[in-house]
Design a protein around this ligand. Structure first.
Ligand code: SF4
Ligand code: SF4
Length: 183
């Protein structure tokens, strides 16, 4: 494009907390979809969505895996829900050095929600599809971005991972992903 801009589809999943009842079907669906071969194993430890559950107080909060972070944050925020305090780590979406959440159990590599990108594409992500009470709502919108922006985002993410885990490990995982996409 002559103006240096390109269209980018932004995919989002809204969470309606009033509807979530903590069934964890989203975790199961995500884990099954991302197993190799697809649907062969259901191991929620590999899920890119985890449901924080406080059954006694009926608090359920699905959190999708976000960015990998090298450093722990200070974790000083507190959320008050129905007059009860919750630490921010409960609801954080980072793959962080202080916990095992959002890391592959075998390799330790960070897990990140990929919106179930696949070929052919799904109508909607697996977690949304299997949330039968519609607590997860899928939306798409178009945004104009600089042409360079997408590539820079990708390069930056790869650099961080290569620094942390070494290029060989990253290439191994990419090779596995390529194989699973062929299935
Ligand atoms: S499937 Fe829906 S209702 Fe069940 S835990 Fe996930 S978000 Fe909540
Ligand atoms: S969108 Fe796909 S990858 Fe992301 S949490 Fe939902 S099922 Fe997992």
């Amino acid at each position: 494009m002559s103006n240096g801009k390109t269209k980018k589809v932004v995919k989002t999943i809204k969470v309606d907390l009033d509807k979530c009842h903590g069934c964890r079907a989203c975790e199961v669906a995500c884990a099954a979809f991302h197993s190799t071969p697809k649907y062969s194993v259901v191991n929620p430890a590999r899920s890119r969505i985890r449901v924080y559950r406080d059954e006694l107080n009926n608090v359920f909060l699905p959190v999708r895996a976000g960015s990998h972070t090298k450093a722990e944050c200070d974790g000083r925020q507190t959320y008050i829900i129905n007059e009860r305090d919750y630490g921010e780590c409960n609801f954080c979406n980072a793959s962080c050095p202080s916990r095992d959440l959002f890391k592959e159990p075998d390799s330790g590599l960070p897990l990140r929600c990929d919106m179930c990108e696949s070929d052919p594409p799904l109508d909607e992500p697996m977690c949304v599809k299997w949330c039968i009470v519609d607590a997860l709502i899928y939306e798409e919108r178009e945004e104009e971005v600089e042409e360079q922006e997408k590539e820079e985002e990708l390069e930056k993410g790869l650099e961080i991972l290569a620094d942390e885990y070494g290029l060989d490990k990253i290439l191994d995982v990419v090779a596995r992903m390529v194989e699973s996409k062929k299935e």
